[in-house]
Design a protein around this ligand. Structure first.
Ligand code: 6PG
Length: 468
């Protein structure tokens, strides 16, 4: 070790350990600490040739003393109260030039609160995506800090981040205070939606077309060579093709159909409702996870109403299913980017939409080829809804008939397609100049004299309800 580290990391769980090794591997000496000293010692002992760039510490005092000011200390502790507890514990030890960087999956409101709080040291929150593999070898990083703090952290964060095919590091500053964790939440909302729509196409293949897991896996693998090329489609192929080490046969068929969640997708849906920014595909995906968890009720429903017929009554080429998923994906991202535009206005963040699409191109869970086209379309006009961008409008025109067909066939046969259906309904609302909310306005005025606007602009605030 030639010099004292300026980088520290607290919390050597799976993600923290992987991130610390990644940082050391990129040439940065790093001081580490974990609540349980045995974990710190084991981590150091197993760090191999990186061990001499890692300084293990038993106490926070020791860690701070082992570092060279100005210090940058990355927190990798569970989101919520543990972060506040760590900040409190660090407060008496740090000075005004020291920076604490929360790299966990914090709720952006907490990050905002922590950033805006008066404290004796600096603070920023960064969203890190890519799971353990990403943390170790290249995550996507959505930072949220002042330009000054970003400049300080950028050399490390860009060195450890994934690189897009053009070589650009997938790490950027999204804006101040909660901006980074907000963009990470939207990433996770989209992650839920991408996963749900893939699961829905799996259901159509399994129940509607009677394909087995291996055939479904082969189909996802084919899709992964086309316009849908993405990490989630790639791993879905692998999940479908895996065999069960216990009982033989496809593993997928043995997995309980109840999805877990840690809550980040839910935060996105809650925030979208607060912002009045419609993201129905993501909302449907969160809702579908909640429904999936209610296994006993679903079983009671099936016992009472009988299983749905399911097998499709009309031929459905797999290419139509691929087009339906493509359309659903475009619509979902259009909603997600529009939500970020709304949040940028609400929280006074200059969110850079093309930069967000570029950061998501590699390292993160939702990485996909299509994000290149999204970055290009957003660069033309960052606030235009993505579904109106000529490139995506053309795609949608091509894929929409297939989405309609899939949703309609699913509805007829009782195949639940909540996210794909939500995408289609949103599209149809978004391409209808004269909608049906005039009826709602009439109803509101009828029972509450809420008033309405007239198409001809004539000023007559209420309807003649007493006379009808
Ligand atoms: C990522 C992921 C990650 C998330 C898991 C599990 O970007 O690396 O979003 O942060 O924690 O995907 O999330 P759920 O438990 O909510 O499915």
């Amino acid at each position: 070790m030639t010099s004292k580290p300026q980088i520290g990391l607290l919390g050597l769980g799976t993600m923290g350990a992987a991130l610390a090794l990644n940082i050391a591997e990129k040439g940065f000496p790093i001081a580490v600490w974990n609540r349980t000293t045995a974990v710190t010692q084991k981590f150091h002992a197993q760090a191999g040739e990186l061990a001499d760039r890692i300084v293990p510490n038993e106490t926070l005092e020791e860690l701070v003393a082992a570092m060279q000011p100005p210090r940058s200390i990355i927190l990798m502790v569970p989101a919520g109260a543990p972060v506040d507890a760590q900040l409190d514990a660090l407060a008496p030890l740090l000075g005004p030039d020291d920076l604490v960087v929360d790299a966990g999956n914090a709720n952006f409101h907490d990050t905002r609160r922590r950033s805006l709080a008066k404290r004796t040291f600096r603070f920023m929150g960064i969203g890190v995506s890519g799971g353990e593999e990403g943390a170790r070898h290249g995550p996507a990083i959505m930072a949220g800090g002042t330009p000054e703090d970003w400049v300080r952290m950028a050399p490390v964060l860009q060195a450890i981040a994934a690189r897009a095919e053009d070589g650009t590091p997938c790490a950027a500053n999204m804006g101040p205070d909660g901006a980074g964790h907000f963009v990470k939440a939207v990433h996770n909302g989209i992650e839920y939606a991408d996963m749900q729509m893939i699961a829905e196409t799996y259901g159509v293949m399994r129940d509607g077309l009677g394909l087995n897991a291996a055939e479904i896996g082969a189909c996802f693998a084919r899709w992964n060579a086309g316009v849908l090329r993405s990490y989630l489609v790639e791993i879905s192929a692998k999940v479908a093709q895996a065999s069960d080490p216990v009982a033989g046969g496809p593993l997928l068929d043995m997995i309980v159909d109840a999805a877990g969640q840690k809550g980040t997708g839910r935060w996105t849906a809650i925030e979208a409702l607060q912002l009045a920014a419609p993201i129905p595909v993501i909302e449907a995906a969160v809702c579908a996870r909640n429904v999936s968890a209610r296994r006993a009720e679903r079983a009671a429903g099936e016992a009472l109403f009988g299983p749905a017929p399911q097998a499709l009554t009309a031929p459905l080429p797999l290419s139509d299913l691929e087009d339906a998923l493509t359309a659903g994906k475009i619509l979902c991202y259009a909603q997600g980017f529009a939500m970020m535009t709304a949040a940028g206005r609400e929280f006074d963040w200059a969110l850079d939409m093309p930069a967000i699409a570029r950061v998501w191109r590699a390292g993160c869970i939702i990485r996909s080829d299509m994000l290149n086209d999204m970055a290009a379309a957003l660069a033309e006009d960052p606030t235009r809804n993505l579904m109106l961008a000529p490139f995506f409008a053309e795609h949608l025109n091509r894929c929409l008939p297939a989405l309609r067909k899939v949703v309609a066939l699913g509805a007829l046969q009782g195949l639940a397609l909540p996210a794909l259906s939500a995408g289609l309904a949103w599209f149809d609302m978004m391409r209808t100049a004269r909608g049906t909310a005039n009826m709602i306005q009439g109803q509101r005025d009828f029972f509450g004299l809420h008033g309405f606007e007239r198409l001809d602009g004539v000023d007559r605030p209420h309807g003649p309800w007493a006379q009808v």
